[in-house]
Design a protein around this ligand. Structure first.
Ligand code: ADP
Length: 334
């Protein structure tokens, strides 16, 4: 994986790539998925064949891209990286597919955002290892069927439920990534601190882990921010005081909720009286796409028992009011 740093986003991405575990044994947590993958991969290696196509689902930052790279490394092959939104036309995908080498891994991030024609091309490629390439233009155009060498698609999606059934069915295995518990995040942090060459005190690691929204990407990002704080305003030590002070500067609250989480929860409690309210209405209220609210904010809020999903819409729990320091609406009547 090559990373060229230029803009701020790229700098973050480069920092992230540097902290990526390279092998399955280094990958912290996700015992179930790790176990399942190990079986699939070792069986394929034993048979000397490319494994089935693999789908990874879960909220952002839980390790889907990392696992895709690891899958290629474990198979001893290379990985080609692209994503649903990056593929504008079916022809772009055809070009990628027809340049794959035998046994390669094709990582398709945000696969649920592939445009329809590309999706249909992908079905055929995944099932029959064939791709139709159109040669020429206008009435003289010709579709030439190309046979592809065996390869493995590793798809990633924030919600497996968003995938059309025919696409989902072409994956031989779906791994569902779960939020990490604080102890697992602490292990991620200790490993990252080692790679960054900084000394992270245990109490600081525990503090950061507890406020990382169950997400390694966030844990690593907060670690870098704590390091900044220690360097600029502290004495260089990554201790509990530095961790607390930095987390305060970056407005990470005690549960690790970020700005979007708090906006969603605040709107739900204050503007919609605790719900039930539909996802789209809620998304409009916070100025976000419904998909972002559903895939980025909601899973964590639900898991923390701050929000509930009912057939009639999203509802706030008493814990949400408590966390925001608001009075429960019908507290007087109960
Ligand atoms: P996703 O593709 O699901 O959005 P990534 O694979 O890009 O997430 O992971 C984000 C960052 O978190 C990576 O830089 C990686 O270093 C770190 N990370 C994710 N999962 C783990 C893990 N299980 N162990 C250690 N680090 C992890």
């Amino acid at each position: 994986e090559r990373v060229v740093a230029s803009g701020a986003d790229d700098v973050e991405r480069a920092a992230e790539a540097a902290l990526r575990p390279r092998r399955l044994a280094e990958f912290v947590g996700q015992r179930v998925v790790r176990d399942q993958l190990e079986l699939v991969l070792h069986a394929a290696i034993g048979r000397g064949r490319a494994p089935d196509h693999l789908l990874l689902s879960g909220p952002p930052g839980l390790g889907k891209t990392t696992l895709a790279m690891i899958i290629a490394a474990e198979l001893g092959t290379s990985v080609r990286v692209t994503s649903g939104p990056a593929i504008q036309h079916a022809g772009d995908l055809a070009a990628v597919l027809s340049s794959l080498e035998e046994g390669e891994v094709l990582f398709l991030d945000e696969i649920h955002r592939l445009a329809r024609p590309a999706e249909e091309l992908l079905y055929v490629a995944m099932e029959d290892f064939r791709v139709d390439v159109v040669v020429g233009k206008g009435p003289g155009a010709n579709a030439i069927g190309l046979t592809l060498p065996p390869f493995t698609v590793v798809g990633a999606t924030t919600r497996a439920g968003l995938l059309p059934a025919p696409l989902r069915d072409r994956f031989g295995f779906t791994g569902h990534l779960e939020f990490y518990d604080p102890d697992e995040l602490r292990q991620v942090l200790v490993r990252s601190a080692g790679l960054l060459g900084v000394e992270l005190e245990v109490a600081a690691a525990v503090e950061i882990a507890g406020r990382s929204r169950g997400t390694p990407r966030i844990a690593n990002r907060l670690l870098r921010r704590v390091r900044d704080w220690a360097q600029v305003r502290g004495d260089g030590r990554l201790d509990l005081d530095a961790a607390r002070a930095a987390l305060e500067v970056y407005e990470v609250d005690v549960l690790g909720l970020d700005r979007l989480d708090r906006a969603v929860l605040g709107a739900l409690c204050e503007r919609f009286g605790g719900g039930p309210v539909g996802l789209t209405t809620l998304a409009v209220a916070v100025g976000e796409e419904p998909e972002t609210v559903e895939t980025v904010a909601e899973p964590f809020l639900v898991r923390e028992g701050l929000m509930g999903r009912t057939p009639r819409g999203r509802v706030a729990t008493p814990r949400a009011y408590e966390h925001l320091g608001l009075a429960t609406p019908d507290a007087g009547q109960t």
